[in-house]
Design a protein around this ligand. Structure first.
Ligand SMILES: Cc1cc2nc3c(=O)[nH]c(=O)nc-3n(C[C@H](O)[C@H](O)[C@H](O)COP(=O)(O)OP(=O)(O)OC[C@H]3O[C@@H](n4cnc5c(N)ncnc54)[C@H](O)[C@@H]3O)c2cc1C
Length: 354
């Protein structure tokens, strides 16, 4: 059996981000790190987007960045401009390659397919593998996206569409999300905020076809890439184990009201690397108790009043753009929090606090 100082379970976004952060800060010089990853190969499988509210290591993996975005509902459309915090998109393949090329040069880092050859008793374990429990009854953000290429220049690539609610809601919360990478290329996603027990919502291909052909009025296009996923809008339960620290989605890094996780993972990785020598006795990293509380109220409202959500989302974005972006990226101060809270339907939210 092999022994390592650190073991990362799951070499996805959080596992690799942490390995990279430890490596570039020389924290694996006199230590040994094992990464346990089940996948056979790394290829493009996710498109990570976020407002750049803080620095991260992956500016060279950005495929596109925007200062403007729009929101649509049946009652009209709304545009938001913000130069301070660009919205960035990262191609996961560039991210994986950058990290793998760097950490493979470090002889103290080894990859494994499973833990069979490892003695984990004396290691600090960083776990990003979600427990296999049936969470069908919880809320998820589930979606499918396709990247399409058109023969003509159709898209305005200076502005992306964050949410288009002008579509079938089926008594849930449903919107389309469009990232135009070029005038003839865009990623279009159909996104649901709902439980996972209703398979009738998962006719994603038909939803995308209808939206592209009838709403965007695009007839000729080819699909160059697709991705599908489900982000838990709840914190997976985990048993406390002294030598185990959860990271990534498994470690509560997802912002429950939005599904945004990528930048929180980067902040968490930096926190671990800065405190690695004493990490077992350091304070548990949280994205913020106030956001956990506010998001839970928000999701209670969402569960009970899905029909009101398009209006609620659009109203939120009527606050100053800098404020709403900071709030959604968990970087807001108390005054900014209140300016968002005042945009919400007060009685509906107050009732759901209790
Ligand atoms: C398609 C998609 C798009 C997303 N887009 C965004 C976005 O735009 N912005 C944003 O902020 N967030 C986004 N997210 C949410 C979040 O950023 C990602 O889910 C992110 O990948 C979470 O990182 P993670 O390390 O927790 O999980 P993962 O990246 O999924 O990593 C977990 C790793 O564990 C491995 N694994 C699983 N089981 C085992 C096992 N038994 N043994 C060994 N290895 C195992 C998996 O192969 C995987 O590599 C998206 C999620 C998905 C699914």
């Amino acid at each position: 059996m092999k022994e390592f100082d650190y073991v990362i379970l799951g070499g996805g976004c959080a596992g690799l981000s942490l390995a990279y952060e430890l490596d570039i800060n020389n924290k694996i010089k006199n230590k040994k790190l094992a990464i346990v990853e089940i996948r056979e190969e790394y290829k493009r499988d996710k498109t990570w987007s976020f407002w750049k509210v803080c620095n991260h290591n992956f500016d060279d993996c950005i495929v596109k960045s925007w200062n403007n975005f729009s929101l649509n509902s049946k009652s009209g459309s709304y545009e938001v401009f913000n130069k301070t915090y660009p919205y960035q998109t990262i191609d996961s393949e560039l991210f994986y390659n950058k990290i793998l090329n760097k950490i493979k040069q470090n002889k103290n880092i080894e990859f494994f397919k499973d833990t069979n050859q490892l003695n984990l008793n004396n290691s600090i374990i960083f776990n990003s593998i979600l427990p296999k429990v049936n969470y069908e009854d919880n809320l998820w953000q589930h979606f499918k996206g396709i990247e399409i290429e058109t023969s003509k220049n159709i898209f305005d690539d200076k502005i992306f569409n964050l949410m288009d609610f002008d579509c079938e809601q089926r008594d849930q919360v449903h919107f389309f999300y469009t990232l135009p990478f070029a005038k003839n290329k865009a990623l279009i996603e159909t996104t649901w905020l709902s439980k996972m027990d209703d398979n009738s919502l998962k006719d994603y291909d038909a939803q995308l076809k209808k939206y592209i052909e009838e709403s965007l009025k695009i007839k000729n296009y080819k699909i160059s890439y697709q991705e599908q996923g489900a982000i838990p809008l709840f914190y997976p339960e985990s048993q406390f184990e002294k030598n185990k620290i959860n990271i990534g989605s498994a470690g509560g890094m997802t912002r429950l009201s939005t599904g945004y996780t990528f930048l929180n993972i980067q902040d968490h990785s930096k926190y671990i690397a800065n405190n690695i020598e004493t990490i077992q006795n350091s304070k548990t990293y949280h994205i913020g108790k106030k956001y956990e509380f506010l998001d839970n109220v928000f999701l209670n409202v969402l569960k009970k009043h899905p029909d009101q959500m398009p209006k609620i989302f659009l109203n939120m974005f009527k606050a100053p753009s800098k404020t709403v972006i900071k709030f959604l990226s968990n970087k807001s101060n108390i005054f900014e929090d209140f300016s968002i809270i005042f945009k919400m339907p007060k009685w509906t939210f107050i009732k759901n606090i209790f």
